[in-house]
Design a protein around this ligand. Sequence first.
Ligand code: SAM
Length: 306
Amino acid sequence: MQANLDSASLASRASHPDWLVEAVATDWPDQLEDILDASNARPPLTLRVNLARQSREQYLQKLSSLGIQATPGLLANSAIYLSEPMPVHNIPGFAEGELSVQDEASQLVAGTLRLEPGLQLLDACAAPGGKTSHILESEHSLTRLVAIEKEKSRLFRIEENLQRLKLAATLVCADAAVLASWWDGEGFDRVLLDAPCSATGVIRRHPDIKLLRTPEQVTELLVTQQQLLRNLWQCLKPGGLFLYTTCSILPEENQAQIRQFLDSHHDAKYEGIAADWGVECETGRQLLPSTSSGADGFFFSLLRKC
Ligand SMILES: C[S@@+](CC[C@H](N)C(=O)[O-])C[C@H]1O[C@@H](n2cnc3c(N)ncnc32)[C@H](O)[C@@H]1O
């Protein structure tokens, strides 16, 4: 009862809904206040340097010569934080594809996929294409990259981003969970499922989530995520890697979702992610929103098909 009262008063002080504060208080009690403070803070403007064109150091020097203050990220080797926000089209080299705007947590995805020349890769929920383009920047010799997005207007955003960066992928407008609508039956070596989720790790970027997200929506998302996981698993070749990510901090969408999947798929093995960032959980690695880190809240789980 006391815990409920405390959560309610914290919820009102932090302008978060009671249900969400109670969930975070249960799952991340030690980090609760920091998560709420970080979720109410102004998000940084984070860039991803296109390392295929220049090093991060070279781009930092370019910014410095133009009098623009910036610092390197500590987690991803491509990440730069601009000290002051500016319109994206004014960022030096943006139109020429020297950089993209992308949170540092998302910049960890391409490295986690263990890319190699010749691989066939599926990016199942791809728009606006931040991770699609980073994968292509990171590995130029993929045999194919299929990027699926179910919203036509959002598929267009992927096209725009790839054109600016002079990259190419096979773009498909489809519901990724309905394999018959898009899959030719040829297996992938890597599958990235950046799943639709509660977005509770990115509230600072979308403060309306505090008003609009409901526990009932989270329950519906759990069904969608499990369905995407189960169906897309069929597209993965034996020996291939499946990376499940969300920008959620709710364990039910993350480690519990993967636990449920592993319990019902004996050809799936949790691979683990060797890294020094985030909180290591039973079936993944969780970055939490924090006032002492620039990265969004984000979950990663890497599975291998036996
Ligand atoms: C978290 S966002 C993906 C962000 C993207 N991976 C990036 O890095 O830029 C989730 C995307 O999945 C799309 N989506 C949701 N359900 C889908 C489905 N069943 N099939 C394909 N796309 C879906 C949404 O429209 C949304 O654009």
